[in-house]
Write a protein that binds this ligand. Structure first.
Ligand code: SAM
Length: 216
């Protein structure tokens, strides 16, 4: 059941936006989405007081809702345009997915844990978010819907899955954390008009692992 979205929640979101600005997030469209998405709906109601802290939080099944800074950082790098076909790997709580929908993405999101998939599917109906939520191994992508203008991976990958690179459109951007279980480096992969790839390595993060047939 949905929780009320109170003035206190809205105020807490404003403060979170301010905190993310201070940490270096500059994209107004990303900040607007953070201000609009009620993160407390994506966390168990008994812990709603954690919702607007800039922290990751457990969502069950050994998984986490990402830290708001990480969500904002990845989304800013993704440069989503309205109606972009976007593939997210690791739906989890659905929070990152909701941010992408707020930004106008035509979203496909894959989760491998059935309980999380079903929970987020129900939540999206309640919140009125429209997305194609899929259950399965996201490391192999979604061949039938490719190519994607944008791909975002929200679990730590041991390497860049080839299937995802192939499913990226010409001119497309993929954001993916790559590394071992302890730390990963955020990569931007751009597929240029001549089909060649530009790979830029940025800051270090720590995600739960991407588990799948194409993930190693
Ligand atoms: N984007 C999520 C959110 O906003 O809550 C955070 C996701 S959590 C850090 C990473 C998620 O990736 C987990 O829910 C995990 O089950 C999922 N995952 C790991 N390997 C996967 C795979 N091969 N395919 C799909 N989902 C996967």
């Amino acid at each position: 059941m949905l929780q009320p979205d109170t003035y206190k929640d809205k105020g807490a979101r404003k403060l979170l936006v301010q905190e993310l600005k201070e940490k270096g997030i500059t994209d107004e469209k990303v900040l607007y989405a953070i201000a609009n998405v009620p993160r407390h709906q994506f966390i168990h109601k008994d812990f709603r007081h954690h919702a607007y802290l800039d922290k990751a939080f457990p969502i069950g099944e050994g998984q986490t809702i990402s830290q708001p800074y990480t969500v904002a950082y990845q989304t800013q790098l993704l440069q989503v345009e309205p109606n972009n076909k976007v593939l997210e790997i690791g739906t989890g709580s659905g929070y990152q997915a909701a941010i992408l929908i707020e930004m106008g993405a035509n979203l496909f999101s894959i989760e491998r844990q059935e309980k999380l998939y079903l929970k987020t599917k129900k939540l999206f109906i309640e919140l009125g978010y429209k997305a194609n939520l899929l259950l399965g191994d996201g490391s192999i992508g979604c061949e039938s819907e490719a190519p994607f203008d944008r791909i975002i991976v929200t679990a730590g990958a041991p390497k860049m899955p080839n299937s995802l690179i192939q499913q990226l459109a010409i001119g497309g951007i993929m954001i993916i954390p790559v590394g071992d279980n302890n730390k990963q480096t955020m990569h931007i992969l751009i597929k240029k008009t001549d089909g060649t790839l530009e790979n830029i390595a940025l800051d270090e993060f720590r995600f739960v692992p991407l588990i799948g047939t194409q993930a190693w």
